[in-house]
Design a protein around this ligand. Structure first.
Ligand SMILES: C[S@@+](CC[C@H](N)C(=O)[O-])C[C@H]1O[C@@H](n2cnc3c(N)ncnc32)[C@H](O)[C@@H]1O
Length: 182
């Protein structure tokens, strides 16, 4: 049912969603496994879609940790709200990912987990968002990002100290996962 809802919502504006199917559990595992869940207390998720990754983050998060989840599509935001079942550790916002520093001071965030569709975004917006991600992360903070093609490799490696690129075939479509450390 959640997958059909994802498809229906995504088809209304595919140029903003960049995908027609929610992430698989295999992709979610690759994306979330590198995070140091025993230490992360301030977490950001970018582009929640129907909340499939949001719920997995909440399952792994410490009871005292908190996260802000960004989603600009109102229908997806409602699907995420429904899915997280009023977990008070998660704040949802319809702000765009380009405004992270409106909420988070420089160097205050442990992990940013993103499914933003950089490949279909305006170049300037991509750069602004990546700059914001880097700015709000603590030194040693982690940035996890999946993409369907490794076309943003240079843009990402230019900014981060350590970058590991992994992939999974077990997703529609297969996906690459960046695991970066500031
Ligand atoms: C590829 S979908 C990922 C959905 C879900 N996280 C998943 O993995 O199945 C990307 C999501 O990013 C959202 N998005 C696009 N631009 C955004 C922006 N500037 N700020 C926040 N969310 C954005 C889209 O509306 C869409 O829901």
């Amino acid at each position: 049912m959640a997958r059909i809802e994802f498809l229906r919502t995504a088809m209304k504006d595919i140029t903003q969603t960049g995908s027609v199917w929610e992430s698989s559990r295999f992709l979610i595992r690759k994306l979330l496994d590198p995070v140091d869940w025993s230490a992360a207390t301030t977490i950001i998720e970018l582009g929640t879609g129907n909340g499939v990754i949001t719920t997995s983050i909440l399952q792994r998060m410490l009871p005292e940790a908190c996260m802000t989840a960004y989603e600009i599509n109102a229908d997806f935001l409602e699907l995420t709200r429904h899915r997280i079942n009023a977990d008070s550790r998660c704040t949802l916002t319809d702000d765009s990912a380009e405004y992270l520093s409106d909420i988070y001071p420089e160097g205050s965030v442990d992990a940013v987990i993103s499914s933003l569709p950089f490949a279909i975004m305006d170049e300037e917006l991509q750069e602004t968002i990546l700059r914001q991600i880097h700015l709000v992360l603590k030194p040693g903070g982690q940035y996890l990002q999946y993409q369907y093609a490794p076309t943003k490799y240079r843009m990402i490696t230019r900014r981060f100290k350590r970058v590991r690129l992994d992939y999974t075939l077990l997703n529609i479509p297969p996906a690459f996962v960046y695991s970066c450390v500031k």
